[in-house]
Structure formats: structure tokens, C-alpha cells
Design a protein around this ligand. Sequence first.
Ligand SMILES: [Cu+2]
Length: 126
Amino acid sequence: MTMKLIVCPETSSRRLWLRMAVLALVLVSFSFASSAALTAENKPVKISIINFQFTPAEVTIAPGESVTWVNDDGAPHGLEYNDGSSGKDLLLPGESYNRRFDQPGTYDYNCSVHPYMTGRVIVRAR
Ligand SMILES: [Cu+2]
């Protein structure tokens, strides 16, 4: 803080510009990185369990891709798949569960604790 008092206004405005340029660069590279992440194959699609709902309730992925369910709620939930594959009886707040889908199809599921909570994963070749 004492350094600021001895720098002339010109230098400090140059520094401000430099900072803004660096910030802009960081923002641009971040948005590039996140858009690349979205298009990257096999990047798990996230479904948030919040307010006693699967959000989004329906997702479409390609064969071989994965879905990660994250319990962002304050209550325990679970995952029960209609295709009979083993799910997760209890997913405590903050926990996550991942499943990879290799076969095309429509996969309906519900919460094992609250069966009225339903969701759907559609696996379809792009
Ligand atoms: Cu639940």
C-alpha cells in the first residue's frame, strides 16, 4: 500500500491497463477452455440433485459417455435404474455417483429414497 503513494499517476494507469489486459486474457482463455471441455468426448454430463429434483431431469448423451449425479441437496437421495442395473441406495449430501452408458437406449431412473423423483438418460449416437 505504501508503494502506491510513490508511483506517479502515469505508471499506475499503465499498471491498471496491464492488469486489465491480463484479466481479459485470462477470461478469454478460460472461456476457450470451458467450451473445449463441453465438446470433449467422454466428459461426464452432470446432473445435480437439488430441491428434490434431478436437474436437468432429462439428458441426451452419446454411447460411451458418462453421467455424474451430484447430491447438491441437504437430504440423502439415491439412484434406482429401471433397466435393473445396480444403482446407489444412498447418496449423501455432497456425494456423487457416476455411470457410463455404452448401449443406446432410454434409461429411466428414480430416487431410491423418494420414488416420485424421476429422471431420464437418453443414449443416442450423434
Ligand atoms: Cu431423493
